[in-house]
Design a protein around this ligand. Structure first.
Ligand SMILES: Cc1cc2nc3c(=O)[nH]c(=O)nc-3n(C[C@H](O)[C@H](O)[C@H](O)COP(=O)(O)OP(=O)(O)OC[C@H]3O[C@@H](n4cnc5c(N)ncnc54)[C@H](O)[C@@H]3O)c2cc1C
Length: 337
């Protein structure tokens, strides 16, 4: 089976699930990494290190910024000339758009956010969660090539072999596009919850520390937010010790405790960390759908009947303001930090 694997990156910073997609492609046969952008030598080398048999590169200043029209034209022209059986992409905001536009150009189907992909004879069988993760659907795409995006951390990442290298194969950029990027504005820079191996998340309970005295002059809402932000600092310390990211429930985001980019769940991000620690989160279904792929869930909640305990492997019934700092100290000792 011939597979093209689109390596999604922002200015050379790769979405790690791209390498997971490369691992899946290798397990089916020949895997060609596809990289678009400008100044791609380092990325090309990394693609070889992760096991690409070939690296197809459209290195053109006109592709320095992602624009769906130009990238889809370049990818579909490449696919038309190479006739792969499969095109894999990591699931990201950009690739949902890119995969769909490329599928339109190639008159084929697209399977988004897969958590499983296997080969039965020459038939590719995809697994994707539906109904808020309550069911896993098995899907087959009759079109060719099959285009699929893979959920981050749902597939193993191949080992990186730094001794590997190779020469890029140049491909033509189709850079014409009705849109241009005028600039970027950094909203926030933290570890992304989608890629993190550990996520420490906080909910409405993070604001519930009446023993914390706020600065004078704050009204009730301001006090709640101030307390919650103090609480999120504790979660941040635990996340830092574990090399992870901070997540949040929608109640915490709506309450103004933390920006939306941290929200996990149906209307936030779907995460798949090795460890998910839910602090002061009740476990509403809309939150749970975002953590179904987490490998180990730990819940800290005052209420022994909180639904979150039904999905947690380990549960601590207690006040997060005592439990979280104690965990941070214990991990610091254990990890020698
Ligand atoms: C269409 C739709 C989409 C939605 N999308 C999302 C989504 O993407 N993500 C999401 O999270 N929600 C989402 N929601 C909201 C969801 O239904 C819940 O309202 C929300 O998840 C509740 O957040 P919470 O668990 O933080 O708050 P609560 O339900 O209020 O729970 C707070 C918890 O904190 C505990 N607690 C309080 N104090 C402490 C303490 N000191 N120590 C320990 N525990 C404490 C309490 O026992 C309680 O269990 C959505 C809702 C709808 C209708």
């Amino acid at each position: 089976m011939k597979t093209l694997v689109y390596v999604d990156h922002f200015k050379g910073e790769v979405q790690p699930a791209s390498w997971e997609a490369l691992g899946v492609a290798k397990s089916f046969g020949n895997a060609s990494a596809v990289i678009f952008g400008s100044g791609l030598d380092a990325l090309t080398k990394t693609a070889f290190e992760f096991g690409a048999d070939e690296v197809l590169v459209a290195d053109d200043p006109a592709l320095a910024d992602y624009r769906a029209e130009a990238f889809a034209s370049t990818l579909s022209a490449l696919a038309s000339s190479r006739t792969p059986d499969l095109i894999l992409l990591p699931t990201t905001t950009r690739t949902r758009e890119l995969a769909a536009m490329t599928a339109m150009d190639l008159n084929t189907g697209v399977l988004i956010d897969l958590t499983g992909l296997s080969l039965d004879g020459d038939k590719l069988i995809a697994t994707r969660p539906i109904y808020e993760g309550k069911l896993n659907e098995k899907v087959v795409c009759a079109g060719k090539p099959v285009i699929a995006t893979l959920r981050g951390r749902a597939f193993p990442r191949p080992a990186q072999d730094k001794s590997k290298s190779g020469n890029a194969t140049k491909v033509e950029a189709k850079a014409e596009s009705p849109t241009t990027v005028e600039g970027y504005e950094v909203a926030e820079h933290t570890v992304s919850v989608s890629d993190a191996g550990v996520v420490v998340s906080g909910g409405r309970g993070v604001s519930n520390n009446p023993s914390l005295t706020p600065p004078a002059g704050m009204d009730e809402k301001q006090t709640e937010i101030w307390r919650a932000r103090e609480g999120f600092k504790l979660l941040g310390e635990l996340a830092t010790v574990l090399g992870g990211a901070v997540g949040a429930s929608r109640a915490a985001v709506d309450g103004g405790y933390i920006p939306y980019s941290h929200q996990v769940g149906q209307t936030g991000k779907v995460v798949a960390p090795d460890l998910y620690i839910a602090c002061g989160i009740s476990g509403a279904i809309q939150h749970i759908v975002g953590i179904r792929s987490a490998k180990l869930v730990v819940a800290i909640n005052k209420d022994p009947d909180a639904p979150i305990f039904k999905v947690a492997r380990y549960g601590v019934v207690g006040d997060l303001f005592q439990v979280v700092p104690a965990l941070t100290e214990a991990f610091k000792k254990k990890l020698g930090k």
